[in-house]
Write a protein that binds this ligand. Structure first.
Ligand code: SAH
Ligand code: SF4
Ligand code: F3S
Length: 462
């Protein structure tokens, strides 16, 4: 695995350009980032915000209030792409009223072959386009737009490198995402991520632990480690379970991570669930389908039996563990009987929650070439059956929490009623209860008093 870093000199050059932008940028200019897609994009947007603020932009709460709008796009399913395109077209109108508005597009969708070229031609009001591998160059792109008043785009068709040393504006001061690796080598046959995010590369253990130490010193209580497949983390020979042990020893209150691929979930990781004090009892373990033939055509490398065995070993190691998953319905050629296998697996595992998607063909992937005789009506009916089943399981599991007293990290205040706050239990269930909003960022003990459809209600116990 290549773990090459972008040279520190290149990062300092970008920071210098950011300082030059700061000199020429009219006062009071604001930026707004629209983030679509997964946690990877959320974390990337935090670094982009860090760079915009270094350039002297202030944060705008709404798009209408901004002088620079950046779309950080996703292309994992067709509807994610349509959302991005619909949004960008709307900006054309905004630019008519505010001609100095800078419009930028970045993210995974721009890494699709030919996409950036097409967009920049089709939408001349876009000022610059960048890909996922070179977004650290945003100061340079903004500088070009401001000084040369021309469109610019650069998307690199490379495997990607590790970027260190960017400033960041974090979304929360008590819960933080920390990348441990980038890219994906798995090439699940339906998935576009390996094409747009490049090959797997890991950050060094030292860089990760440094970042976590700084976050901990700043008061962060919860760390979520990010990677498309954290189980193949390889930072200077260290494996993922090892890394978790080291973070556990630092005494971070809550450790979470995503995402895990079942094919390389190690015995060490299962053991970590039994032995680590701060690793939260929750695991997102995407299964995608419950039928062996479909799993094999998806190139997932594990069988239904192997997956169920992992689940039982995880539950043996940590009986209170909550599992969540991703499921694709209507993979090309999926028969009704094969779909029934997915339903039966969901019944057996009893997930806390399942994120369910209708298969969406992605150009360039293997599955996009497979014949797909199943109608969209049939697929819609199948996914509804799955959603209904999962809803009844989720409700049962939430009811089982009633009567327990659990530590909750308070993360939000109700928009409608300021006396109501909410947060997550160790198992990642949302709980709402009465309390002052200055408890945000603190952990309180909450007695769970009742269960709703997807959330719990409770009361603070002293
Ligand atoms: N690396 C993560 C998933 C990233 S994509 C993992 O392997 O678990 C998030 C989810 O989107 C996937 O788990 C899958 O369920 C879904 N997905 C990916 N490609 C899709 C497609 N072409 N159609 C429908 N759903 C898809
Ligand atoms: Fe996509 Fe599979 Fe990689 Fe996940 S593991 S990002 S589903 S190719
Ligand atoms: Fe989407 Fe890119 Fe994430 S395609 S799901 S934003 S890695």
């Amino acid at each position: 695995m290549k773990n090459e870093k972008v040279p520190a000199s290149e990062i300092s050059r970008q920071l210098e350009i950011a300082d030059q932008v700061r000199q020429i940028l009219p006062a009071g200019r604001k930026y707004h980032i629209v983030t679509l897609g997964c946690q990877m994009n959320v974390r990337d947007s935090e670094s982009l915000a860090g760079l915009f603020e270094r350039m002297g932009f202030l944060k705008a709460e709404t798009r209408e209030d901004a002088d620079l709008i950046l779309y950080n796009t996703c292309c994992v399913r067709e509807n994610a792409e349509n959302k991005a395109l619909g949004n960008v077209i709307w900006l054309k109108e905004l630019k008519k009223i505010k001609p100095h508005l800078i419009i930028a597009v970045g993210g995974c969708m721009m890494q699709e072959e030919g996409m950036a070229e097409t967009l920049i031609k089709q939408y001349p009001f876009i000022d610059f386009i960048m890909g996922t591998h070179n977004s650290y160059k945003v100061p340079e792109f903004v500088h070009t737009v401001l000084t040369e008043e021309r469109q610019t785009f650069e998307v690199l068709n490379i495997d990607g490198m590790v970027v260190e040393g960017l400033p960041a504006v974090r979304n929360s001061n008590f819960s933080a995402f920390v990348n441990i690796m980038y890219g994906c080598n798995n090439f699940c046959s339906y998935c576009i991520v390996p094409y747009v995010r490049g090959r797997e590369r890991s950050r060094t253990e030292e860089d990760i632990l440094d970042e976590i130490k700084r976050l901990q010193d700043a008061g962060v209580k919860e760390i979520t480690l990010l990677g498309q497949n954290v189980n193949s983390y390889m930072g200077g020979g260290a494996n993922f379970a090892n890394l978790l042990c080291k973070i556990d020893q630092m005494g971070i209150e809550r450790i979470r991570f995503m995402t895990s691929h079942p094919k390389d979930l190690s015995d060490e990781l299962i053991h970590a669930y039994a032995s680590l004090k701060h690793l939260m009892p929750h695991l997102h373990l995407p299964v995608q389908a419950g039928n062996d033939e479909i799993l094999s055509r998806m190139n997932r490398i594990y069988s239904r039996e192997k997956y169920l065995d992992l689940v039982s070993r995880l539950r043996k190691a940590r009986p209170d563990i909550g599992l969540t998953t991703d499921i694709i319905v209507g993979f090309p050629g999926e028969t009704n009987a094969q779909f029934e296998d997915t339903l039966s697996l969901a019944k057996l595992v009893r997930y806390d929650a399942a994120y369910t998607f209708i298969y969406s063909p992605r150009a360039g992937t293997k599955a996009a070439k497979l014949p797909d005789p199943v109608t969209i009506e049939e697929k819609t009916e199948r996914i509804q059956r799955l959603i209904d089943l999962q809803q009844s399981i989720t409700s049962e599991i939430l009811l089982e929490q009633v009567g327990k007293t659990l530590p909750v990290l308070v993360d939000s205040v109700s928009a409608r009623d300021e006396s109501k706050i909410g947060g997550k239990t160790p198992r990642a269930h949302m709980v709402n209860f009465d309390g002052p909003k200055d408890l945000i960022g603190r952990t309180v003990n909450v007695l769970i008093t009742s269960a709703g459809k997807n959330t719990l209600r409770g009361e603070i116990v002293k």
